[in-house]
Design a protein around this ligand. Structure first.
Ligand code: NAD
Length: 489
């Protein structure tokens, strides 16, 4: 495809070497055309074993964890190498992820590259040691220091929807904090991770074994990484179902687990808001990248009196955002990642109908696109908040519109979910908005269209949406241990 992807397929990165996979190669497919783009190394269990061993050795036998300035320098080198290859990376991202071009100047590519600066700066400026002063215990006066240190070997397991954002939001802070890493990306987007191997070996001084990248079409390699006693921590982004398996797998070695999981977030519209505008905005965001975002507000809660207007406004917006070619600058909704994912979305449309829902617009394959995993953005009306489509994460462009009976009822409905990842509140009266913000149990909230995504803003979930926070100082500190040192005063 281009210089970063060799004709025979992308290699693994293990112990500083670019290597073929012990299980051959596997295909990566363009979801917009269904064509095989090319191949990625298919790692074997032995490859994963070697990657973990390399990460362990790099952590235990080098000064990586203690040389803060060098790590900052290396993380900036990686950022600059990615910037220098931005056109290649953009082409790969659009082709492999089906990401609309417009998103690659933001969270699909350029945003997370820039965010590496925040991680590098933290490596340099973080207060690694705090003097607690003296304390007398049982007649002995001691001086105490709290030191923060890297956790050790980090296993990073990532999904396919925003691969650069999620890979780099783990790699950047984990490296800046002094850890070594084994990255296992999703089988659907191996190239987005594997190209980092080429950039790291060619354009950075990151020592051998500090970053290892293991592509595979076998989920069991993820489980292997989770269970291996040489791995100190697992940072996982993916579905809640897999997150449970990761947590269980990590229990045998009492491993630290950092989980970014699914969501079914609510957009709450109060009766003094511009209901049609809020509905339209929400519909637009759910159509973006074909609804494949964990933090999207896929439940629209609107006042009963404004229900019909909200449904109409959402449907009008979505009808204007038909699924289209991701290479085109005007495309908002590209394809979903795979036939499996499209089948899943279509199954939920059927379930919505079977539960009495009305498909107001979309939910079908666009007639003018016989190839590619496209599905037109859909608005589902007339189901309750306990309907399957209102409770389960679909990960496709489906917005469910549900009526509420006032602010308290809206809070109750928003919280009636296993998830608690994100959400939004729309209203004019500041006091009422504040009450709703206080009442919703979720990790991130947007008020009247405020945007929360940035390098310094911690992101993560309440309830079954996860444990821990990614990005921000909190996201950096996830990758740190705490060591208390006491000496006689
Ligand atoms: P997934 O859970 O199917 O897979 C995620 C990763 O886990 C993949 O790399 C996969 O190979 C690996 N894996 C699968 N089984 C495993 C096991 N038993 N042990 C260890 N690893 C295993 O998720 P997906 O379909 O790739 O991505 C979509 C999901 O990701 C959605 O639920 C979405 O909400 C979630 N997501 C969450 C966030 C967030 O920040 N909270 C961000 C993006 C995506």
């Amino acid at each position: 495809m281009n210089g970063l992807v060799p004709a025979g397929g992308t290699p693994l990165l293990i112990g500083g070497k670019l290597l073929p996979g012990g299980s051959g190669t596997f295909e990566t497919v363009d979801p917009a055309t269904e064509e095989v783009l090319g191949y990625a190394a298919n790692a074997s269990a032995e490859d994963m074993d070697a990657a973990i061993a390399a990460a362990r050795t790099a952590f235990d036998d080098t000064d990586w964890a203690r040389d803060h300035a060098f790590r900052a320098y290396c993380v900036r080198q990686l950022r600059d190498a990615m910037r220098d290859h931005i056109d290649h990376l953009r082409a790969i991202t659009i082709a492999e992820v089906g990401a609309p071009l417009m998103l690659t100047s933001g969270p699909q590519l350029e945003g997370p590259i820039t965010d590496l600066t925040f991680a590098a700066d933290l490596a340099e400026n973080y207060s690694w040691e705090t003097d607690l002063g003296t304390a007398e215990v049982m007649g002995i006066t001691s001086r105490r220091f709290v030191r923060r240190e890297a956790v050790g070997v980090v296993g990073a397991i990532t999904p396919w929807n925003f691969p650069h954002q999620i890979n780099l939001a783990k790699l950047g802070p984990a490296l800046a904090a002094g850890n070594t890493i084994v990255l296992k990306p999703a089988p659907d987007t191996p190239w987005c991770a594997a190209v980092l191997g080429a950039l790291i070996t060619e354009y950075t001084d990151i020592p051998a074994g500090v970053v290892n990248i293991v592509t595979s079409d076998d989920h069991r390699l993820g489980a292997q990484l989770v269970e291996d006693p040489r791995v100190d921590m697992v940072t996982f982004t993916g579905s809640t179902q897999t997150g449970r398996a990761v947590m269980a797998g990590a229990a045998a070695t009492v491993k630290r687990t950092f989980l970014e999981l699914g969501g079914k977030s609510a957009a709450i519209v109060l009766d003094d808001a511009d209901i049609a505008a809020a509905a339209s905005y929400t519909a637009f965001s759910v159509a973006m990248h074909a609804g494949q975002g964990c933090a999207l507000t896929t439940r629209l809660l609107v006042p009963r009196a404004g229900y019909d207007d909200a449904v109409a406004a959402a449907a009008k917006t979505m009808a204007g955002l038909r699924a289209g070619d991701p290479t085109q600058p005007g495309t908002v909704c590209g394809p979903v990642i795979s036939a499996r994912q499209r089948d899943r979305v279509e199954r939920y449309i059927e379930i919505a109908r079977a539960e009495g829902g009305r498909i107001v617009t979309g939910g079908t394959r666009p007639e003018d696109r016989p190839r590619g995993f496209f599905i037109d953005p859909a608005v589902v009306a007339d189901v309750s908040n306990s309907a399957t489509v209102a409770q389960e994460e679909i990960f496709g462009p489906i917005l469910v519109v549900i009526p509420h009976h006032g602010d308290d009822d809206a809070i109750r409905l928003a919280n009636q979910s296993h998830y608690g990842l994100s959400g939004s509140v729309w209203g004019r009266d500041q006091e009422r908005v504040r009450r709703v913000v206080n009442g919703v149990r979720t990790g991130t909230l947007s008020v009247n269209g405020g945007l929360w995504y940035s390098a310094d803003a911690p992101f993560g979930g309440y309830k079954q949406s996860g444990i821990g926070r990614e990005m921000g100082v909190a996201g950096f500190e996830e990758y740190l241990e705490t060591k208390l040192i006491a000496t006689p005063a």
